[in-house]
Design a protein around this ligand. Structure first.
Ligand code: ATP
Length: 201
C-alpha cells in the first residue's frame, strides 16, 4: 500500500488537513493518538516502561502515571530519548497492524505524526507532506484551542524541529495560512497520489 506521511509544527493544522483527506475516503493513522492509547494497551511497551522508569509508572488499575513519567523526562533529554525509544517502535507495530486491516480497495493511506521526521517514521513512508503556517497563526490557533498562554505554546514549539529543518526532508507542502485554501491544495495532492499509487500497484 502506498503510504503518505504528514506532519507539521504544533498548530499548523495537520489534523485539520487530514480530516479533508478522510472526507475523500483516505484512511488516516493518527500516530500521536495511537501512542497515548498503546501506553496502556501494548504489553511489550508497558513492560519496557516499567523496567525503565519503575513500577510506579502505572497505577494499580493499569492507568498510566503521567505525573511520574513527566517528572522523569521533563527537561531531561537522555530520559526522553529512552521513552521515545520505547514508544516509537510500539507505534510502528501498531501502524503495521492498522495497515493490515485496511482494504486493498483503498488507493493509499496517510500517517499523521507530529514527530514524523524526528522519530524516523518518515523512512517507512513513500512520500511526505509538511503542513506549514506562520508562527503567529500557529500561536493564535493553539492558544484558542487549548486555552494556554503564548509562552506555553512556544515551549512546546521549541521541542520540535523548525519548519526549515523539516522542509529539507519533506516532499510536498501544504500552506495553511489564511489566504490559502487547504481544500484546493489537498485535491491537487490527492490527484497526484492516486496516479502514483496506481502506477505502484
Ligand atoms: P497539534 O500538533 O497541536 O495537534 P495540529 O497541527 O494538528 O496541532 P490542528 O489541531 O489541525 O493542528 O489545528 C489547530 C487549531 O487551528 C484547531 O483548533 C483547528 O480547528 C484550527 N485550524 C487549523 N486550520 C485552520 C484553518 N485553515 N482555518 C481555521 N481554523 C483552522
Amino acid at each position: 500500500m502506498y503510504k503518505v506521511g504528514i506532519t507539521g509544527g504544533i498548530g499548523s493544522g495537520k489534523t485539520t488537513v487530514c480530516k479533508v483527506f478522510e472526507v475523500l475516503g483516505i484512511p488516516v493513522f493518527y500516530a500521536d493518538t495511537v501512542a497515548k492509547e498503546i501506553m496502556v494497551k501494548d504489553n511489550i511497551l508497558i513492560r519496557g516502561i516499567k523496567s525503565t522508569f519503575g513500577e510506579k509508572s502505572y497505577f494499580a488499575d493499569g492507568k498510566l502515571n503521567n505525573k511520574h513519567i513527566a517528572s522523569i523526562v521533563f527537561n531531561n533529554e537522555t530520559e526522553l530519548t529512552k521513552l521515545n525509544a520505547l514508544v516509537h517502535p510500539a507505534v510502528f507495530r501498531a501502524f503495521d497492524t492498522w495497515e493490515e486491516s485496511i482494504s486493498n480497495e483503498v488507493p493509499y493511506t496517510l500517517k499523521e505524526a507530529a514527530l514524523l521526521f524526528e522519530s524516523g517514521s518518515y523512512k517507512m513512508c513513500d512520500t511526505t507532506i509538511l503542513v506549514t503556517a506562520s508562527i503567529d497563526l500557529k500561536l493564535k490557533r493553539v492558544m484558542q484551542r487549548d486555552g494556554v498562554t503564548a509562552e506555553q505554546v512556544k515551549a512546546r514549539m521549541d521541542k520540535q524541529l523548525s519548519d526549515e529543518e523539516k522542509a529539507k526532508m519533506a516532499n510536498y507542502f501544504i500552506t495553511n495560512d489564511e489566504e490559502y485554501s487547504i481544500i484546493e491544495q489537498v485535491l491537487v495532492l490527492h490527484k497526484k497520489f492516486l496516479e502514483v499509487a496506481s502506477n505502484k500497484k
